[in-house]
Design a protein. Structure first.
Length: 231
């Protein structure tokens, strides 16, 4: 009885799937803020507003009080992240619990990293599976349409490989295909499969708060550093 033939590589390469989808005083108040972008400063709370599109809208009062007690004793150890939306106004990107706890304590300022606001770029996550490659081609075509009709400045910040499992041949093949085809567009950081990453959303927490020592947290912190280094 003949043995079934097992393919050792992806059936159709990425080029075939994509076809024509190629793309190309430290306290900061109302003055002198433009020079502070990309740095950590003491930002006045009065100039910070909550992001209206933040998916998490409710916070347990007990949790905020506990955090406030810790901050009162130790200070704000991890800066919040904001972006400048207009003159003298900043919007929270991350750290809303620290922001709320600081307001509860009547703090005037809070350590903040001012991120460069860039609404003209996107990060494309790619699961290390075959069907993700098929979806990538369609997504790139959609981006091309948006560039033509709505925003010609729209750019791709980078391609992020996710749910990678080094034990699987398919995962490694997808990584090789994407890196070979897109070269410098692919982030060096790869997000590996991690149980803690799957558990964190069910607890309403980011992976950093849920388990900062997990492999998933390490991967995302590495990605954050890589993005910041490019700015």
């Amino acid at each position: 009885m003949a043995k079934a033939f097992k393919k050792q590589a992806l059936g159709r390469g990425l080029s075939a799937l994509l076809q024509d989808s190629k793309v190309g005083d430290n306290s900061l108040g109302v003055e002198n803020n433009s020079t502070q972008i990309g740095t950590i400063v003491e930002l006045e709370l009065d100039f910070i507003e909550v992001n209206p599109f933040q998916p998490r809208t409710q916070f347990k009062e007990e949790t905020i009080r506990e955090l406030a007690s810790s901050i009162q004793e130790l200070g704000v150890i991890q800066p919040i992240t904001v972006r400048e939306t207009k003159a003298n106004t900043f919007q929270l990107v991350s750290g809303e619990r620290r922001f709320r706890a600081s307001k509860l304590l009547d703090f005037k300022t809070i350590p903040a990293y001012i991120r460069v606001a860039n609404e003209d770029s996107v990060i494309i996550p790619i699961q290390c599976e075959y069907f993700a490659l098929e979806g990538l081609g369609k997504l790139l075509n959609t981006i091309k349409s948006v560039q033509k009709i709505h925003n010609e400045q729209l750019d791709i910040e980078g391609l992020l490989l996710t749910m990678y499992d080094s034990r699987l041949r398919l995962s490694n093949q997808v990584v090789e295909e994407v890196q070979s085809h897109f070269t410098n567009m692919v982030f060096k950081t790869i997000i590996q499969r991690n149980v803690r990453l799957s558990e964190a959303p069910s607890h309403g927490e980011s992976i950093i708060y849920y388990d900062v020592n997990s492999k998933g947290a390490t991967n995302y912190l590495s990605l954050a550093k890589e993005i910041i280094s490019k700015q």
